[in-house]
Unconditional design. Sequence first.
Lengths: 448, 448
Amino acid sequence: MRNLLIIGAGRSATALINYILKEAKEHNFFITVADADIALAQAKVGSSPNSRAIWLDASKPNDRRDIISRADVVVSLLPPQMHLEVAQDCIALGKHMVTASYVSTQVLRLGDEARQRALVFMNEIGLDPGIDHMSAMQRIDGIRAKGGKVTAFYSFAGGLVAPESDDNPWHYKFTWNPRNVVLAGQGTAQFLKNGRLKYIPYRRLFRQYQLIDIPGMGQWEVYANRDSLLYREAYGLQNIKTLFRGTIRHRGFCDAWNALVRIGLTDSAFPIVGSEKLTYYDLMDAFLGVSEYTGTLKERIAQLIDVAPDSDVIKKLEWLGLFSKRRIKVKNGTPALILENLLLEKWAIKPKDKDMVIMQHIFEYELDQKKYKLTSTLTIKGRDGADTAMSQLVGLPLGVFVKLLMLGKISTTGINIPTMPEVYGPVMEELEQYGVVFSEEEEEITGA
Amino acid sequence: MRNLLIIGAGRSATALINYILKEAKEHNFFITVADADIALAQAKVGSSPNSRAIWLDASKPNDRRDIISRADVVVSLLPPQMHLEVAQDCIALGKHMVTASYVSTQVLRLGDEARQRALVFMNEIGLDPGIDHMSAMQRIDGIRAKGGKVTAFYSFAGGLVAPESDDNPWHYKFTWNPRNVVLAGQGTAQFLKNGRLKYIPYRRLFRQYQLIDIPGMGQWEVYANRDSLLYREAYGLQNIKTLFRGTIRHRGFCDAWNALVRIGLTDSAFPIVGSEKLTYYDLMDAFLGVSEYTGTLKERIAQLIDVAPDSDVIKKLEWLGLFSKRRIKVKNGTPALILENLLLEKWAIKPKDKDMVIMQHIFEYELDQKKYKLTSTLTIKGRDGADTAMSQLVGLPLGVFVKLLMLGKISTTGINIPTMPEVYGPVMEELEQYGVVFSEEEEEITGA
């Protein structure tokens, strides 16, 4: 295999393209980067001789198939809703396909066809999902190999700002999709605790956070993800008693975010008519409804959300400018869209800022009538606001996997996520060169 | 005009078909009722000589257009998302069109074409929307005609159970779309109070209800609708200070419904995996999360929602069977779907039950330096569980309007809702024969 096609040259493509261009010369790969913005694609491949940038409107089936037909392996970095069409083309044209996105039910249905044609369709091989699957399965398989039985699995991850660049009271900046941050947790979080199902509805999610210790980094907050049960089968943990996945945030974040939820600012169902004529003050005032509260806007909001007017939560809201008479910029926006627009400005990562990714897995397992707890933690910082840890950790696993695939080292065909040793072994090994090293602590659990 | 086509013979068609068949003989109308279920359409027209039932799959454009081309007036009782296609056919074929549904933005865009072709497209001419528009505009125009200026407008409506058939602790039964009842209020309610915008997010909606007096019927609860500001322009109330629309429920309903919201049972975003393997007990237990509460399930739920275990709220939940070990019937259902399925059984209207519709408008207006308050109230009961007040009040205004249109008495072309005197005058007058009589109280407002 020689020809790699990368569809999409946006932010998530940079680390992948840089990695694979470096490998291209040694392995005689030829890299085609296709994007509707040809200048962007050109800038990403630069002057590398083993590559070209081409124009492609991926929504045009004929153009897309023409380009795909000339590749051996296709990486789709398109928006998730477009993966299905690309996957159907790859099946029809007999091409392998790789994405960092969640597998949709429709794509999953192509599994038999992919296997019949001996095609490799690897998905969820970025950071989260991606490195979380691989690092967890490596340890789960390790425990099983020595005869142990995993009884509890906790997995936490967060895209954060590094302490040296942390200069705002929320201790947070955007390093990934802001919309997902604003809408995070809407729905019902589901997990298992001591053999019993647990649900947390959105309205209680940011109140019921827990605290975790990250070695050398102190305590952090974790709120439950919606999908803790999703990978029970994929990880072979059908009989596990406790299974919990969560998102990591700085101390104080959840209480303040919960205030935004309580006020109503994360609602995305209904637009505020004429929002562009309002100030943030007007918006907050309107959310007080016909209330019994008295005093300044700040004092009344404090009463609404049951905190003191000089509390950290109110200070965070004030820092965002929510009590100010600045005009809202979004026209007929939902509260969530208005909030997103404000946070984009306030939580922007600056050119010299460093981001930080934290991931922690905790496994409890039984072996020879004893109980153990294994804690496995990754903390890794980016270089600056453009070359973030987040973008590196999404792009590098994709790149390493694509290299292995093109070198003929992957035998697992069909629609998959990276839970098998032939994938996580070499990928995680090579990622160590890039600083992806989990520190491990193990202890015996004694007493009750 | 002689030929009326009614597309859709379901529950909402009965009162319309019965009314128009009675009128058909006198006015020499010919009524065609089209439905994918030909037996249902046949049953609805019966043996009336001025009518026929035909088979129609409305999703097939050619069949649909063929049938529409032979009519003068088309009533669409199809699901709302299909109105656009029917409207486009009616424009192309030069037919008038009538619906009881909300006007969509896409349908609204056909306005110029409809006017150019002198076509009448009347929408929102059922009960709510429908009778609410007509009865309100009648009074608003009346106040204006004598030189008054409307400063506040409150409008409340509810589809309820009549006191003589009220035999459950919720004092509520379904007389219309159960899904809409379960999902009611999700989003942000918006209204005007003393010149200021007010928003109530879903999480506070059922807590911030108000009480209203219905003459002879005591006090009722009202929670805010999402759309209070929607008709400001249509009613000509651009400069009004207070504008509020709400839904009427029995005393005690909102607190108990708020408990369901707080527990998380109205969430429709995420399915509970394997819900068919759980009991209601398991579901409620799971919603307690990892909580600090102790005692029986009932006691722990009471603690979660801050009420006493022997409170009316808990009694209502218990009556629904939410603490029981009965198995849930819905497979992989969202909490909202599981709740809807349970309520369908518990809140079913029985064959001999009577329903009741209450509608109340309150207008505050200024006239000759004095302030007045006009309260206009309708309460009307159904005959039984099949012939409900709800279905009568949706079907009759449609029927009366269609008759007027076919007799050439409607001159307002384009896409409209029934806010004009030539519509509300004769329709409301004829509805009086069917018991649709608003009682009026007027008083001068003195003091502050």
